[in-house]
Design a protein. Structure first.
Lengths: 106, 473
């Protein structure tokens, strides 16, 4: 299945002008823990996608909201001439389609 | 037990709130009404130009409700990061509207205007003294960056707002401030515990975004006590749930656990979120610790050129399949024609970017999907130049060249782009970029900010002496 099939929300947004943050929320602990166990939400994925070093990627497991948060340096600062997304809010498309190795029954 | 009750009008002044929600919120006996009024979120233009992206009419509407509400209930109104970005010009813009509304409604009150614009000479001295420190992913910071900045502001903490309230201000119009300082000032003055205070402030500054599925901007309310705080929505149609409140720590924050303020760090690692009813949530376990010296974050912007944009569609399947080589031909032809017209213009004076919607317009070079061939392409031709007239003229050259650029497959004279706006180019004007991500150590928290006290009366305004006002309990 894809992440979008099991997550209740996938989004991206600026965290200030120089950082981009992704949130992945689940409706309940079961789905959240199941995805956690697969290990696919990791620094390597974001490092590859955004051409960074894994050390540049911060990943948080936020249990109170059954959520992952991932923060990376912004490729260019928000609103600078080369920036195509001033809010950083439409950078999560590939992440939403990320394959999660779980059975549909979950 | 010391408590504080805080009403947040909405997440951004000028985006509105239902009048009924404000009334309900006032019935909950707040000790203050606050509203965040600015952000870096929409880019550098508001700070650079001193203009607010929200229309003055919307600002006016919100202030027409908030000013009399606060004054009639005897509680302060605190507005932070005024005018969209909190720069001195943004504050002046907001102040003019606020004073106008005050005159219109015949209101009398003491206004504190706190400016956050920074002096370049002072900043350079701080830098030389080793009192400026870079944050994560910081561009290089030196005297040259300071010099070419159009505007630099410092983000004030709660202290200048507290000082203004101590001087008898009924309304505080603050320049750039941390979102939380708007709401932490009153509780800290009352001696409420800082952990719950800063966490409640963090939730309140976004208005009803921490409520479940709010359909439109709306108010939110928190009551803080020694061990935690309760958060709820004045609008009875909305509700807060443990998940909606917990999830809000995620929004627009680099970390869900640690939030740095000028005076220390809020830590929510051990925070718990409990439903005390089906609409109200109690949060406990948040802590605040002073870490290192008091620091003020700077925001700065610099000029980045003048832009003109051409928007066009492509529906030719042959052209779409050969788009990369087509655009290479366009770039070469455009450069040749620019040099022909402007022999004195160098390649450093201008640049062209073809933004290709339908392929990678949104993610640019990070777009991983590279093998899809869409049936339609949306093209934005972005021309950036050191003069507006040059940007306009090169955009016209680029539009004409892209329109008729020949390429190998079709034999004959071509017209390649569907222009929806005739020959009109979109003149964007001056563009800017954020250019610093550093904190500064002041000698003390008020040093970097200037407060003016003004008594607003029905006949105008007069500078106030900063005597302590007698406030009713």
């Amino acid at each position: 299945m894809r992440l979008r099939d099991i997550a209740s929300l996938v989004r991206s947004k600026n965290a200030g002008p120089f950082e981009l943050t992704f949130d992945i929320l689940f409706a309940d602990a079961d789905r959240y823990e199941a995805v956690k166990r697969t290990g696919v939400i990791d620094a390597e994925y974001f490092a590859t996608l955004f051409q960074l070093r894994p050390a540049d990627v911060s990943i948080f497991e936020y249990d109170p909201a059954y959520a992952f948060k991932i923060t990376i340096p912004r490729p260019v600062s928000s609103g600078s001439p080369g920036d195509g997304d001033v809010y950083g809010c439409q950078q999560f498309g590939p992440l939403a389609d990320l394959d999660i190795p779980l059975e549909e029954a979950t | 037990m010391v408590t504080a009750r805080l009403l947040s009008a909405t997440g951004m002044l000028g985006t509105g709130f239902p009048e009924d929600s404000l009334r309900h919120g006032l019935d909950m006996s707040p000790d203050m009404i606050g509203c965040d009024a600015g952000s870096t979120d929409s880019g550098p233009a508001d700070l650079a130009t001193g203009l607010c992206r929200y229309p003055a009419d919307s600002y006016r509407r919100d202030l027409r409700l908030l000013l009399p509400a606060a004054l009639s209930h005897g509680v302060p109104l605190i507005i932070g990061s005024a005018g969209g970005a909190g720069g001195d010009a943004n504050v002046a813009w907001a102040r003019a509207i606020l004073e106008d509304v005050a005159q219109e409604l015949g209101l009398r009150f003491r206004l504190a205007v706190i400016q956050s614009g920074q002096d370049k000479t002072w900043l350079k001295k701080r830098l030389a003294d080793g009192k400026v420190h870079p944050l994560a992913n910081s561009p290089a910071f030196d005297d040259a960056v300071i010099d070419r900045s159009v505007t630099i502001v410092g983000m004030m903490g709660a202290e200048p707002i507290i000082a203004a309230l101590d001087a008898g201000a009924d309304v505080v119009l603050a320049g750039r401030a941390t979102d939380t300082s708007i709401f932490s000032a009153v509780p800290l003055m009352r001696g409420v515990a800082p952990g719950p205070t800063w966490h409640a402030a963090k939730i309140l500054e976004c208005g009803a975004a921490a409520a479940e599925n709010r359909p439109a901007p709306d108010c939110i309310f928190a009551e803080i006590d020694e061990t935690g705080f309760n958060v709820s929505t004045p609008n009875p149609m909305l509700r807060c749930t443990p998940i909606s409140v917990a999830a809000h720590s995620l929004y627009e924050n680099a970390s869900p656990f640690q939030f740095t303020e000028p005076s220390g760090v809020l830590d929510t690692t051990k925070s718990t979120y409990l439903a005390v009813s089906d609409r109200v949530v109690r949060v406990e376990g948040s802590t605040f610790s002073a870490v290192g010296p008091y620091t003020v974050k700077l925001e700065g912007v610099q000029f980045a050129g003048y832009q003109t944009i051409v928007v066009a569609g492509i529906r030719d399947p042959v052209l779409i399949e050969g788009l990369d080589s087509f655009l290479d031909l366009c770039r070469q032809s455009i450069a040749t024609r620019v040099v022909r017209t402007y022999s004195e213009v160098s390649a450093d004076d201008w640049s062209i970017n073809f933004r290709i919607y339908g392929r990678d317009g949104t993610m640019g070079r990070y777009e991983p999907v590279r093998d899809a061939v869409p049936h339609e392409i949306g093209l934005a031709i972005e021309i950036t130049a050191n003069e507006q007239k040059l940007a306009n003229n090169i955009a016209s050259i680029a539009r004409h060249q892209t329109l008729h650029q020949g390429f190998p497959h079709w034999k004959g004279f071509l017209s390649n782009i569907a222009l929806p706006y005739g020959s009109s180019n979109l003149i964007r004007g001056a563009v800017y970029e954020f250019n610093m991500n550093v904190v500064v150590e002041p000698d003390e928290p008020l040093q970097m900010f200037r407060t003016e006290l003004v008594d607003i009366t029905s006949t105008g305004s007069a500078t106030a002496s900063s005597r302590k006002a007698v406030k009713s309990a």
